[in-house]
Design a binder for this molecule. Structure first.
Ligand SMILES: C[S@@+](CC[C@H](N)C(=O)[O-])C[C@H]1O[C@@H](n2cnc3c(N)ncnc32)[C@H](O)[C@@H]1O
Length: 253
């Protein structure tokens, strides 16, 4: 997969792209990243301007359309196929695991990072999709782009060690992941559940599944609506919700 990143702060990406899983993914050729400094498409002049004050007044500066249009158009010519343009913005769709999974199927992404007070509205017409990494406002799209790159890259075939690693994680099955333990068997009076050292793989799988369902029901009941649960699991969730005095929706009832 190829990811092009258009940003005013390309230096921010080094440690993230070079480190750990992303560094290995790039080294092994699963992921190719290209950073493009938006300043390279600045308006002519000594100030290399990319922003301007907002029409109608108001605080701060807004990214002008000319540099961003020119950058996206030129970056698109740098490789085949045309990249899917992802605009990072707090006004976008909330980026989640389903987005990560669908992006991981795409051969090429072009991520566009905003700055200052944001984009001139016409820039949005360049985007195939606008995504937000959460309901808060960051100073720029760079951290959001890094989140997208990390979440997508670990889903690329061959990037994670075990083929099932990413499939079993939180959100992939519509549930939070089960509790994980490692050595020592007892730490400060807290023991590893017996089932995990039983060697009985079928029992371990059942325990993990029930823990995932219980944990999701307790911590993220909103996720259960779309989770694939057996009838027995739905009945258990409904019973737990009734015992906890929680309101149930039609689906769970
Ligand atoms: C200070 S923000 C601008 C926010 C803008 N004034 C608004 O209210 O929508 C500057 C840039 O940071 C990025 N950004 C900020 N918060 C973000 C979020 N939650 N998700 C993705 N990008 C974000 C966007 O690229 C945005 O253009």
């Amino acid at each position: 997969m190829r990811i092009d990143i258009i940003t005013l702060f390309p230096d921010m990406f080094g440690p993230v792209l070079d480190g750990s899983m992303l560094g290995i993914a790039r080294e092994r050729g699963h992921l190719e990243t290209h950073l493009h400094d938006l300043r390279g498409w600045a308006l002519p002049g000594v100030h290399r301007q990319v922003d301007d004050s907002p029409y109608g007044g108001g605080p701060g500066m807004v990214l002008r359309p000319e540099p961003v249009f020119a950058a996206v158009r030129e970056v698109q010519t740098m490789a085949e196929p045309r990249g899917t343009v992802v605009l990072l913005t707090p006004q976008g769709e909330r980026f989640d695991q389903a987005h990560a999974e669908s992006f991981a199927e795409i051969e090429r992404l072009v991520l566009v990072c905003g700055r200052y007070e944001g984009f001139d509205e016409r820039i949005r017409t360049l985007a195939d999709i606008q995504v937000s990494v959460g309901d808060y406002v960051l100073s720029g799209g760079e951290l959001g782009a890094m989140i997208v790159i990390d979440a997508v890259s670990r889903l690329l075939p061959g990037v994670l060690g075990g083929e099932t690693s990413a499939q079993e994680e939180s959100f992939s099955l519509g549930l939070l992941e089960y509790p994980q333990y490692t050595r020592p068997p007892v730490f400060e009076g807290m023991s590893v559940p017996d089932v995990l050292v039983s060697g009985d793989h079928a029992r371990i799988a059942r325990w993990r599944r029930s823990q995932s369902v219980e944990r999701t029901s307790r911590l993220r009941p909103d996720m259960l609506e779309s989770a694939r649960l057996t009838n027995e699991e739905r009945a258990l969730v409904a019973r737990d919700a009734t015992e906890a005095g929680m309101p149930q929706d039609e689906e769970t009832r």
